[in-house]
Unconditional design. Structure first.
Length: 306
């Protein structure tokens, strides 16, 4: 410590106020500042050049990335579009197949219903005719029985009346032979009374026959009107069924025309969007024509069957 102190004193007295170390430090600082200034100028120029190069490189890299992303997006969209076309075609085929199956089931059900309806109508007609025939036979039997019973009653009444009249005449002849005039008047009065009674009974019988005849006429008229109403209802049902069949056939024809037009438009759109797939489109068109021919064949067969 003392040696360092005396050395600093000797250096100060020898070299003055500025020490060599401070002079070297000052010189080094000046050289360093000057060198740093020149390096800073060179670095500014170099940095500007590097910035331009970096900007160019970054722009080129961004453009390359954007181009790759755009190309990947186009490939993805093309794949999605192809998948969408395939899915739409498959959906159309599935829809057509499902529609054809439902139509076959509907035709089978309609045939079964028509068969059951015809059997039911025939059974109903037979049952109604059987019931009407039984009622007519019962009424005819009752009429015949009543007529026979009326004839037997009239015969018995006539016999009993004749027997009673003969007994009365016999008693009156034996007992009132002297009173012939009174007997004649009594017999005449009795004959008139019996004739009036017979006439009343005969008129009652005629009224009964007229009522029965009127009832038979009303029954026949009711039977004719019922049969006419039944025939008219059957004709109306058949006419309504035929009208429904014609309307259904017209709807089917319109639906087939609409489906065919929609298919043609879909194939045309597919052809416009996929020009590069000309061969596939041609194969699809051939398949579609074959399908239309098959469909027309089944349609003609169905119309002929219908």
């Amino acid at each position: 410590y003392l040696a360092r102190k005396f050395f600093y004193l000797w250096a100060k007295m020898t070299f003055g106020q500025v020490l060599p170390s401070k002079a070297r430090c000052f010189y080094d600082q000046k050289i360093l500042r000057k060198t740093f200034g020149e390096w800073k100028d060179q670095w500014t120029v170099c940095r500007e050049k590097l910035s331009l190069r970096a900007d160019n490189h970054y722009r080129h890299l961004l453009l390359n990335l954007i181009f790759k992303a755009w190309r990947a997006y186009l490939c993805q969209q093309q794949g999605k579009r192809n998948k969408y076309y395939i899915a739409v075609s498959h959906a159309k085929k599935q829809t057509l197949l499902r529609t054809w199956q439902h139509w076959l089931v509907y035709v089978g059900v309609q045939r079964t219903k028509h068969g059951m309806q015809s059997v039911a109508l025939a059974f109903r007609e037979r049952s109604c005719l059987r019931i009407s025939w039984a009622v007519w036979r019962r009424q005819q039997y009752q009429k015949c029985s009543g007529h026979k019973m009326n004839i037997l009653a009239l015969q018995h009444w006539a016999q009993s009346l004749q027997f009673r009249a003969w007994l009365q005449w016999r008693e009156l002849y034996l007992y009132t032979q002297n009173e012939k005039q009174k007997d004649t008047r009594a017999v005449t009065h009795h004959q008139h009374w019996e004739l009036r009674r017979c006439v009343g009974a005969w008129l009652g019988y005629l009224n009964l026959q007229r009522v029965k005849k009127r009832q038979n006429e009303l029954a026949q008229e009711f039977h004719r009107s019922r049969m006419l109403r039944r025939c008219f209802s059957a004709w109306q049902l058949s006419w309504e069924c035929r009208r429904r069949m014609l309307a259904h056939r017209g709807d089917l024809e319109k639906q087939a025309a609409r489906i065919a037009l929609w298919r043609v438009f879909a194939h045309w759109k597919h052809y416009v969007l996929c020009v590069e797939e000309a061969q596939q489109c041609e194969l699809a068109e051939k398949h579609y024509r074959c399908h239309l021919l098959v469909l027309q064949k089944y349609w003609n067969h169905w119309k002929s069957r219908l």
